[in-house]
Design a protein around this ligand. Structure first.
Ligand code: FMN
Length: 214
């Protein structure tokens, strides 16, 4: 028997049961750390579960930012310097990654506080997370305000991509199992997904075929 909640019943739930429920109803999300550095050189790192692919040509990503009604260091640094990094979280750094969600003062670097390592390369302004197997160096493109709730949709262009070579399959695909990349349910559960299959391109009148990589 399935439990049924209406729009009104959801709205009337207590704050935390509602947050926990509504953050998990849309399924597992990606786990990424966004690295930035302000114009004075202070670094910042924060966990985001809303980073998503937006297109391959040009290669764009987006993430969702909560309403900018309080200090949002990641976003403020991106606006003032134009650069940020996106670093995938793997199973070996979930505690450190989660710690970055705490509201630290701007003068405190979450890299140091959480125990992760800043990495600089290709003269890129923003810090990468050395421990991450997959790292993107992004340039800020645009922000769209979601008028329904004040959230911001932030778009970035991928300028640099780094990944451990052994995790790439022969068709270009990144094997995230080899990278031990985790996903997030809600705002506090980190999980290790188990790949089940990959499929050939779906066509209307053909049975779905498993893909066997050469
Ligand atoms: C699992 C998890 C996922 C999160 N995802 C987001 C997100 O997608 N967008 C957002 O605005 N905040 C998100 N947060 C909250 C930020 O990590 C948190 O506000 C952080 O302090 C932001 O730091 P900053 O002010 O240095 O940017 C998330 C927190 C957790 C624990």
């Amino acid at each position: 028997m399935k439990k049924h909640l209406t729009h009104e019943e959801i709205n009337n739930l207590d704050r935390f049961p509602k947050v926990n429920l509504m953050n998990s109803v849309t399924g597992y999300k990606s786990a990424n750390l966004i690295g930035t550095k302000n114009s004075e050189g202070a670094t910042n790192l924060a966990i985001f579960n809303s980073v998503c692919h937006l297109g391959s040509s040009p290669s764009l990503i987006h993430f969702t930012l909560r309403p900018h009604t309080v200090a949002r260091h990641t976003y403020e640094n991106i606006l003032s310097t134009k650069y940020f990094t996106v670093n995938q979280v793997h199973s070996g750094i979930i505690k450190q990654a989660h710690h970055t969600a705490a509201s630290f003062e701007e003068s405190v670097s979450e890299f140091t506080a959480a125990g992760l390592t800043e990495e600089y390369k290709t003269d890129f302004y923003a810090p990468f997370v050395r421990e991450s197997a997959i790292q993107l160096g992004c340039e800020y493109v645009n922000t769209y305000k979601i008028k329904e709730n004040g959230c911001l949709l932030v778009i970035g262009a991928i300028k640099h991509l780094y990944f451990d070579e052994h995790i790439q399959d022969s068709d270009g695909f990144l094997n995230l199992e080899k990278a031990a990349t985790v996903c997030i349910n809600g705002l506090d559960e980190y999980a290790l997904p188990k790949p089940l299959d990959r499929f050939e391109y779906a066509r209307p009148n053909e049975a779905v075929k498993s893909k066997i990589l050469k």
